[in-house]
Write a protein that binds this ligand. Sequence first.
Ligand SMILES: [Zn+2]
Length: 103
Amino acid sequence: MEYQATIGLEIHIELKTRTKMFCSCKNDPDEKHPNINICPICTAQPGTLPVINKEAIRKTIKSGLALNCQIASHSFFERKNYFYPDLPKGYQISQYSTPLCAI
Ligand SMILES: [Zn+2]
């Protein structure tokens, strides 16, 4: 039996935005103290909903254009539920079926 390797890449980018992707907490990857830049939204407290960061969307589209990507005219985020020890909220907000930028 022969197998054909299929290799997928998951590529992440860290945008230099003033606030986080889904709340107004300061985006400071150099913060040395734990639990400083957090709020009920980014800790997924019951009753909270994420709000998209327009600056991040603008920079994502700008990056996509620089990489010659197709920019979607319509896109949305999905909630991917799974257990992971360092993910106490139990889900990740992701783009699966309609990414903003694609090749
Ligand atoms: Zn927050």
